[in-house]
Design a protein around this ligand. Sequence first.
Ligand SMILES: Nc1ncnc2c1ncn2[C@@H]1O[C@H](COP(=O)(O)OP(=O)(O)OP(=O)(O)O)[C@@H](O)[C@H]1O
Ligand SMILES: [Mg+2]
Length: 417
Amino acid sequence: MSESTTESVPSIEVTGVSILLDVVTKRFPGQEKPAVAGLTMEIPAGKIVMLVGPSGCGKTTTLKMINRLIEPSEGKIVVGGNDVTGMNGDELRRGIGYVIQAGGLFPHMTVATNIGIVPKMLGWDKARIAARVDELLELVSLDPALYRDRYPNELSGGQQQRVGVARALAADPPVLLMDEPFGAVDPITRLRLQDELLSIQEELQKTIVCVTHDFDEAVKLGDWIAIFNEGAQLVQYDTPERILAEPANEFVEDFIGSGAGLKQLTLTRVAEVGLGEAVVGKPGERAADVLSRAETAGHGHAVIVDERDRPIQWLSLRQLERLETITNVPDPKLPVVGYRATLNDALDTMLVSSAGAALVTGRRDMFKGVINVKTIMDAITKAQGAAAVQSANAPVGLNTGVFQAAAAATTGEPAQP
Ligand SMILES: Nc1ncnc2c1ncn2[C@@H]1O[C@H](COP(=O)(O)OP(=O)(O)OP(=O)(O)O)[C@@H](O)[C@H]1O
Ligand SMILES: [Mg+2]
């Protein structure tokens, strides 16, 4: 989440706890090189930290050492101030949510049973579990009445992923580990799920460690991004803004890829730019009335919203002229983006719909305004003029024995080899 998003909800209580990987090494039997070599890394409470890096560099191994699905060979793991290295692994995992690709749901269990697994292990009674299941399904935007009794194979990939997130949150753990959670869904669904995760995080303020292959995803979701090279060498650990503005070296530059300027678009959210207003109509209204309002306002279009203020159609003056009454049939191709979406997402949506603009929705998918290409162009110009961002309170991250980074540990700055 960007700073401004966090600032807008200052009253939210942080429920996440900090995590410390303290000179952690993992050697797999029969492997010459360690998968993780002397990694020290601090993960601040209530933040989203994204782990990125080439295949095989040790991201999953690092993640799984936090809940000890993989036992570290050396070093210690501290969660919420407690050394968990010697703790009972099953007990530890009940307090840490874990989400993997495609949700990792048990196919022979219903959605409700899947979500209720950990609460059941914790001995909650049936009524409490049922209430929690419904609450979580609402949280991940699935109607409990429709979905609680389905089996995973009766759900789309995106829906399975949502259930996976709901399951990980079931016992309200302070920490959520996610391993390429949105890797298996189509790009549009992925954007939605990312927005949903940000919205959930805005509410819950967990500590989230998330592995991804997608650098844009890291920039969008991460408060901090850790870029790894082989052996979980921490090449750069910083805010998305700083990594884009000042990549530590060529490896990071290559990783960011071309178009770093355009990547600035991933740093700005739709909520942060000025939206255009629109003339709004409702189903059942006379089209002529909506038309005249649009003409009076000097607009070329009107947005039709349903009874819950969700946009369903976007009609031009010509379309309105040909209509008698406004219908309540939703247009499946309506270009809509959530207000947490990035400008990059918005641009994508516009290009796909070739509308040159998109409708923006807020909480509960309610219509908020219109974003167009010009708004986005202005934002690019502004971003390019912005000075490099200072990185305050950066968490510690270094590889003991790999880099001479001892000095960095005492300054509190992330190690920049
Ligand atoms: N159980 C295992 N036994 C032996 N070697 C392993 C085992 N698990 C992982 N490795 C090795 O450890 C290294 C790190 O693997 P890891 O799964 O952490 O990579 P990753 O960064 O998650 O890669 P990807 O992006 O492909 O998922 C790899 O070289 C891998 O082959
Ligand atoms: Mg992996």
